[in-house]
Write a protein that binds this ligand. Structure first.
Ligand code: 1GP
Length: 252
């Protein structure tokens, strides 16, 4: 049977119509399965479009349970955002199959993919090949430490553009510009604009976004999907205000 890509096709459809999307990053280390009900209630009220689940380093062991609980509780799609192949759960809807194209660590470009390929294929998940680009966020983030790869300098738009273009031409279906969770400085708007102007695939932007204004600015500069984790963990009310901001930035 040929693979089906419902979530990816939805992202492409939204991009084509100028509709912006908002995803809440759920860190399994900070969210227990018993907290899912209250999280979902708030996310549904806030019309969150997707849950991303994962992290560069996950030390808890309830990933499967957390995702199963999310799937039981809501129709909001659950997308895996794995820091390593052990964070693959067949209970989710889709998997961002990340290749760290901003770095030069062969393990994260292709090595771990080779090792986990049979298990990933068997999972039955919708696999979305994603060019993952970590941009310097002004502070050492977990992703920059764990990945053994230099982040892309935040003032080098041309490197970001060329990297994203190469990723797209290699067949990657999404580009994810990430300043890293808890970044001091989010990805600069000028970099988002420069990258978005040169690629046709949907563009995800995350890392260090803490205000609705920043989310709007990112959308206006070409981001298609905004991801927020940390700021919402600190202030749950931001879920609603950032979601509203992102949706308001959609082309009417
Ligand atoms: C990190 O893009 C995500 O990979 C979200 O970052 O936790 O800083 O919102 P924050």
């Amino acid at each position: 049977m040929p693979p089906v890509y419902p979530i990816y096709e939805e992202l492409v459809r939204r991009k084509a119509t100028g509709q912006k999307s908002f995803a809440v990053l759920v860190d399994p280390d900070k969210t227990a399965p018993k907290q899912v009900a209250s999280l979902v209630e708030k996310a549904e009220k806030a019309t969150v479009d997707f849950f991303l689940v994962g992290g560069s380093l996950v030390v808890s062991t309830h990933l499967d349970e957390l995702i199963t609980q999310l799937k039981k509780t809501t129709k909001i799609p659950v997308i895996l955002f794995p820091g390593s192949p052990i964070q693959v759960s067949p209970a989710a809807d889709a998997l961002l199959y990340l290749s760290l194209i901003s770095g030069r660590n062969p393990e994260l470009l292709i090595g771990q993919h080779v090792i986990s390929a049979p298990a990933v294929k068997k999972s039955g998940l919708e696999i979305i090949p994603t060019g993952y680009m970590v941009v310097d966020g002004g502070v050492a983030t977990t992703v920059s430490y764990i990945s053994h790869a230099n982040p892309l300098p935040s003032n080098k738009n041309e490197i970001a553009v060329c990297t994203a273009m190469a990723g797209e031409m290699l067949g990657l279906k999404l580009i994810y510009l990430d300043a890293g969770s808890g970044a001091l400085n989010p990805v600069p708007a000028s970099m988002i604009k420069a990258v978005s102007e040169q690629i046709d695939v949907p563009l995800i932007v995350g890392g260090g976004i803490t205000t609705p204004q920043k989310a709007i600015e990112n959308c206006q500069n070409g981001a298609d999907l905004i991801v927020v984790g940390n700021a919402i963990e600190k202030d749950i009310d931001l879920m609603r205000s950032i979601s509203e901001a992102v949706h308001a930035a959609s082309r009417s």
